[in-house]
Design a protein around this ligand. Structure first.
Ligand SMILES: Nc1ncnc2c1ncn2[C@@H]1O[C@H](COP(=O)(O)OP(=O)(O)OP(=O)(O)O)[C@@H](O)[C@H]1O
Ligand SMILES: [Mg+2]
Length: 261
């Protein structure tokens, strides 16, 4: 077996909360509590859990936006949070984020082509930006000409395709999708999930797929991590967990999502 693309080891992240009294110690919230997982090329790990369970905090650490208080993340063998700035900047092209709300993350005054090319500018590549942008648009089922249009000219599903184009324009090895389809209608959700799976097949992407909706996660993930209050309640092959959830919490999520077991 090949080495994992991403190897997260015992990640912990604590936040200091505002003091409730002047003299008392500031309370500490452990948002992510000793979480470990791996993702290989071509594999999708689904992370599920209710609101506040620590999913986005986990994503921010994997994106190296935030440092863990304990534990480490090996990305292609490198300890991500120990890399010098220049080396981290070099690695950034290989892991990219797909956000939930493309309307919020696309600049309304810029053409979508400009926004798609943004990660290329951020990593300071000398690649042919126009050609890469056109290629990314085609990969997500849009036309290269769409790059000249503005965000308001697209539907929600198309905007999510644009967000995905922006995430793959640097030719990453890993995508981190945090509630990437949660704002979409169910039929459009299915199209975007299919697109992600097609891209995964074509590009061999590893995907960290975060959702509060177990039905969505169950439809595309090989492996599952169920989180509650920052802790991993259970993890393993998705088919196994869906068939035999060990935890009543997971059973509740399954019921809520209408997934039959
Ligand atoms: N910067 C911060 N400072 C203090 N507390 C934080 C901070 N970021 C997150 N938290 C807290 O950490 C916990 C986990 O938050 P997180 O956003 O990771 O959850 P989530 O699973 O992504 O939730 P959702 O499904 O609503 O997106 C929450 O209790 C949240 O209030
Ligand atoms: Mg979140």
């Amino acid at each position: 077996m090949t080495a994992p693309l991403l190897d997260a080891r015992s990640l912990t992240r604590r936040y200091r909360l505002p003091r409730s009294t002047l003299l008392g110690a500031a309370p500490v919230l452990t948002a992510v509590d000793n979480i470990s997982f791996t993702i290989r090329a071509g594999e999708t790990l689904g992370v599920v859990g209710e609101s506040g369970s620590g999913k986005s905090t986990l994503a921010r650490m994997v994106m190296a936006f935030e440092r863990p208080d304990a534990g480490e993340i090996l990305f292609r063998g490198d300890n991500l949070h120990a890399l010098p700035a220049a080396a981290l900047r070099h690695q950034r092209r290989y892991f990219q984020m797909v956000y939930q709300d493309p309307f919020g993350s696309l600049d309304p005054r810029r053409t979508v082509g400009w926004s798609i090319a943004e990660p290329l500018r951020a990593i300071g590549t000398d690649a042919d930006t126009a050609r890469r942008t056109a290629e990314a648009l085609e990969q997500v089922g849009l036309h290269p000409r769409d790059g000249a249009k503005y965000p308001h000219e697209f539907s929600g599903g198309q905007r999510q395709r644009i967000a995905i184009a922006r995430a793959i324009v640097t030719r990453p090895a890993l995508l981190i999708a945090d509630e990437a389809v949660s704002a979409l209608d169910v039929s459009v959700q299915a199209q975007i999930l299919n697109l992600l799976m097609d891209l995964q097949d074509d590009l061999g992407l590893g995907i960290l797929f975060i959702s509060h909706d177990l039905a969505v996660v169950a439809s595309i993930c090989d492996h599952l991590l169920v989180m509650q209050h920052g802790k991993a309640l259970e993890s393993g092959p998705a088919a196994h967990i869906l068939r035999q959830p060990a935890h009543t919490y997971t059973q509740t999520l399954l019921k809520a999502a209408g997934v039959s077991t």
